[in-house]
Design a protein. Structure first.
Ligand SMILES: CC(C)(COP(=O)(O)OP(=O)(O)OC[C@H]1O[C@@H](n2cnc3c(N)ncnc32)[C@H](O)[C@@H]1OP(=O)(O)O)[C@@H](O)C(=O)NCCC(=O)NCCS
Length: 189
């Protein structure tokens, strides 16, 4: 095997190991998660996944049921679902990670997916999901919330700015191959 192949394989293993550690840390940080009273917003249940998958597919080219199942198992309390009556009309998924800053150890959360059913957009559902989940993050001592958004996704950028996120920097290859996105942050503490 060539040196380049060994090197590539090693990097792949290290990245998978880092992901495993991150997932495990996220699960630990979620223990004793405190929930606030929320109107029409609930934690995900398995029975909701087909409806959520439909909303995800409308909103993203590269979404997958596998990803939804993974987060519904690992991060149920921070996989928020908003309903209109009995109908699921939107969702917002976070994961948690520990970070080291000059203040010491902090808990950070990352929004990894948010979408509203195409027929229910423009009615404040995503904004309500964000406001309520951010309040809950605060109660649980999360120091900041991060997200990545394609620079061309103007509805989402407006939504995030309106909710209080600010652009930190531009990054490539996170929202898709060779695509540019903004890293945005909401500081809680
Ligand atoms: C982005 C998205 C989640 C917004 O959901 P939504 O429920 O329609 O948003 P809301 O009705 O809560 O809108 C709240 C604010 O967001 C902004 N916004 C939402 N849709 C907008 C649009 N089409 N154009 C401009 N601004 C928009 C506005 O500031 C709006 O407040 P306002 O109505 O007082 O002006 C939705 O368009 C979506 O699912 N898009 C596809 C998936 C996606 O791109 N997710 C984000 C990935 S980073």
């Amino acid at each position: 095997m060539g040196l380049t192949k060994v090197h590539t394989r090693l990097i792949t293993y290290l990245l998978s190991f880092k992901k495993l550690l991150q997932d495990a840390a996220g699960v630990l940080l979620l223990r004793q998660w405190k929930q606030i009273e929320k109107e029409n917003i609930v934690s995900v249940e398995d029975s909701m996944l087909p409806e959520i998958r439909k909303i995800q597919a409308e909103g993203f080219k590269n979404g997958s049921l596998e990803k939804l199942v993974k987060y519904s198992k690992n991060s149920r309390n921070i996989f928020y679902v908003i309903k209109n009556g009995d109908k699921v009309v939107g969702y917002c998924i976070y994961y948690l990670k520990p970070i080291l800053s000059f203040k010491g150890f902090e808990k950070q959360s990352v929004i990894c997916s948010i979408a509203t059913d195409r027929n229910f957009r423009g009615r404040g559902f995503a904004e309500k999901l964000l406001e309520n989940s951010i309040e809950e993050m605060k109660l649980n001592g999360i120091s900041s919330i991060l997200l990545y958004v394609n620079v061309n996704n103007l509805p989402a950028i407006r939504l995030y700015k309106k909710t209080g996120f600010r652009v930190i920097k531009e990054v490539i290859n996170i929202c898709g191959q060779k695509e540019t996105c903004y890293e945005m942050e909401f500081r809680l503490f």
